[in-house]
Design a protein around this ligand. Structure first.
Ligand code: T4K
Length: 371
């Protein structure tokens, strides 16, 4: 198809088999079945069992953390960290993030103070952090690490990081603690799961207690707590994924580079992930806000699923702007480089068709390049 030809509505979609967003990556099923067999034989299903323990060791080693505490999901991990403060405190959170970040703050009785993000990194803007907050829960969005030193300068209280997107190698731990997500849509998955990592001995011990109803050693309850334990069966899946981690990252990196080579028009820009990204699991487009929803719907008609992240937690200039412009593209082991090239071709066709007025009429030039 000519690059400026209109995608014909109602015609056969470009992909017969849908290209889906967020499909779990392929993993080593042999390892998984072996581990599951052991769990079933020993009948040890939860409560700090050996598979979770060894999963914690591997995760801690990969990121170079002194302590790793596996949890039921990242949201619960954030809640455990926030439970170390008496309720009613104010925590700065980014305006542009998944709701888990600020809902964790609310769930344990604190108040999220929505703070705008930087236009190019999409991470919380340290210069906008209110000097009177008790602490910060920043998100390492898309796996890109925040300006942690500036955040520390802005707030001497607890600095926690929602690192749901940021598991992987080639990075330094930031803040007092970070929380990873191993949800089904993450590149390393436990189905549901997460992990808190920290170099702080006292905080680590507290997290282990809070995760298990406040139990200390033996059967003595020494503090308040909840149930945020990771089950053994979830850790089996996590181990199988860790075995394939480097292959998955390489696959995603190649897809990201391929998108970079093939996306090129003034209305759509690939958000740069840099050269030493921990995982490349998100491919993010910055799209002219007049076109974004048309592009999303037109790609869906071609059987390409994309995601419009993140509905802003509050009305803030950059957060709101990013919500109207961001589109996440499919990647992962189910998406090949030739799929990527075809998707880029479609993006080009759809955008130029729109701009040329073939679809709904382009209302004006608000292209990011002129900002
Ligand atoms: N902080 C941040 C910054 C986060 O992004 C997240 C989670 C969290 C914290 C919380 O982490 P956890 O507490 O969950 O550990 C998805 C995920 O559900 C969510 O976990 C994730 N962020 C977010 C970025 O993406 P949705 O609303 O887009 O999910 P959904 O159900 O539409 O799934 C996306 C696509 O994935 C679907 O098209 C189908 C596919 N999929 C999904 C699942 C669950 C599969 O193919 N298989 C599956 O099992 O939020």
């Amino acid at each position: 198809m000519h690059s400026r030809e209109l995608a014909i509505l109602g015609a056969r979609p470009a992909f017969d088999t849908p290209i889906r967003f967020g499909v779990p990556n392929d993993f080593d099923q042999v390892t998984f079945h072996e581990l599951v067999g052991k769990v079933i034989d020993t009948k040890r299903f939860t409560n700090d069992g050996p598979v979770v323990r060894s999963f914690e060791e591997r995760v801690g080693d990969i990121v170079g953390a002194k302590h790793c505490i596996a949890v039921s999901n990242a949201t619960a991990g954030l809640q455990l960290l926030l439970m170390t403060d008496m309720p009613g405190r104010r925590f700065a959170v980014p305006g542009f993030t998944f709701p888990a970040t600020f809902e964790a703050v609310r769930a344990v009785g604190h108040r999220p103070i929505f703070t705008d993000v930087e236009p190019f990194t999409h991470n919380i803007d340290p210069s906008k952090i209110d000097a009177t907050v008790r602490g910060v829960v920043a998100t390492n969005l898309w796996g890109r690490i925040c300006q942690s030193e500036l955040i520390r300068q802005a707030c001497a209280g607890p600095n926690y990081y929602d690192s749901a997107h940021a598991f992987g190698r080639n990075r330094v731990l930031v803040g007092d603690a970070e929380v990873f997500s191993f949800h089904a849509t993450k590149f390393i998955s436990c189905g549901e799961g997460g992990a808190i990592v920290t170099n702080d001995d006292v905080l680590a011990r507290t997290m282990r207690r809070l995760r298990n109803f406040g139990y200390g050693d033996g059967s003595v309850v020494v503090t308040h707590g909840t149930n945020a334990k990771m089950p053994e069966l979830s850790a089996c899946l996590g181990h199988a994924y860790l075995d394939n981690m480097d292959v998955i990252i390489e696959h995603n990196r190649n897809n990201y580079l391929e998108y970079g080579k093939n996306i090129g028009n003034p209305y759509v820009r690939l958000v740069s992930m840099g050269d030493s990204h921990p995982n490349y699991q998100y491919v993010v487009l910055d799209v002219n806000d007049e076109i974004r929803d048309t592009l999303w719907a037109a790609l869906a008609r071609e059987n390409v699923e994309t995601k419009r992240y993140f509905y802003p937690g509050a009305q803030l200039l950059e957060s709101d702007r990013l919500w109207r412009r961001t589109l996440c593209l499919p990647t992962g082991t189910s998406v090949s480089q030739s799929d990527v090239r075809r998707i880029c071709e479609l993006i080009d066709n759809i955008v130029w068709s729109y701009v040329d007025g073939c679809m709904e009429g382009f209302k004006g030039c608000k292209c990011f390049a002129t900002r």
